[in-house]
Ligand binder design. Structure first.
Ligand SMILES: Nc1ncnc2c1ncn2[C@@H]1O[C@H](COP(=O)(O)OP(=O)(O)OP(=O)(O)O)[C@@H](O)[C@H]1O
Ligand SMILES: [Mg+2]
Length: 265
């Protein structure tokens, strides 16, 4: 089966189908400027309920700016922007309050008699049921990010926004986090927009990959191959994605691509 069913530009039939499906996010002609600099330029974007979208792009291409808009952190007055009220963000750093215990960080902003219980359930889901009363500074990087995930999920968001959430973690912890994010997504089914620099991470997790360049979406790829069974299916896609990012792909793994510089004789 063909693993990648559509490439940019989006065929007419598919874009109509998308509009008819339930959209959790919809931006039309969205533009964001800082002074004279246009960072997001007349951008159209739809994310369907439960869809897992990865956003790739070079540094400075506007990924975080777009994510901040979807998180409702920026002023969008006068623009055609639909974002759900129920949304949560996880950033590259966990942003935990060091003076509050782990469960209180997760419960931050929640109301009701059952907040500890809800925080506990979320922390158990990310495998941290035993660290409820720990102080954030005693957590490992991976545990801190899992706490941040629990804090996002405890709100049962319709839209989960992830801005390079695993970038600071070691490769092994990252792999575990990928598995965790997928299982949480499968259990709760929020729409996800995950910003990443990592083409392999995007291909492993997402249903759809968008590439942002100079404030515009310059490529869209849809992956239909089963997760966990994508290695051979996505090889041509990998080369294309790296191409969009200005990196020439070679056959083989990351270890083959990053060759040591030739030694001067
Ligand atoms: N508050 C701001 N004021 C002025 N310029 C800004 C502001 N926020 C972002 N920018 C500029 O907008 C551009 C896009 O920034 P953004 O953080 O969205 O990039 P990014 O794609 O997330 O990059 P990276 O991959 O390095 O995180 C950059 O040139 C940045 O300097
Ligand atoms: Mg960024």
């Amino acid at each position: 089966m063909n693993a990648v069913v559509a490439r940019f530009p989006i065929p007419e039939a598919r874009s109509q189908r998308l509009s008819q499906a339930e959209a959790t996010v919809r931006l039309k002609g969205f533009t964001r400027r800082f002074g004279a600099n246009t960072i997001i330029d007349d951008l159209d974007l739809e994310i369907r309920a439960g869809e897992f979208v990865a956003l790739l792009g070079r540094s400075g291409s506007g990924k975080t700016t777009l994510l901040r808009t979807l998180a409702g952190l920026d002023n969008v007055a006068g623009q055609d922007v639909l974002i759900p009220t129920s949304r949560a963000v996880v950033f590259q750093d966990a942003r935990l309050l060091p003076w509050k215990r782990v469960w209180r960080n997760v419960a931050l902003g929640l109301r009701g008699n059952d907040v500890r219980e809800r925080a506990e359930t979320a922390l158990k889901e990310v495998g941290l049921g035993h660290r409820l009363d720990a102080w954030p500074l005693t957590l490992s990087g991976g545990e801190a990010q899992r706490t941040a995930l629990a804090r996002a999920l405890v709100r049962e968001p319709k839209l989960l926004l992830l801005d390079e959430p695993f970038a600071a973690l070691d490769a092994l912890t990252r792999m575990k986090m990928h598995g965790l994010v997928l299982s949480l997504w499968q259990a709760h089914r929020p729409a996800v927009m995950m910003v990443t620099h990592d083409v392999d991470e995007a291909m492993a997790l997402a249903d759809r990959i968008l590439v942002l360049d100079q404030g515009r979406i310059v490529a869209e790829e849809i992956i239909t191959a089963e997760r966990g069974n994508r290695t051979s299916a996505v090889r041509p896609l990998r080369a294309r994605l790296l191409g969009y990012l200005g990196v020439e792909a070679t056959e083989g793994s990351y270890a083959d691509i990053v060759a040591a510089p030739a030694r001067a004789e």
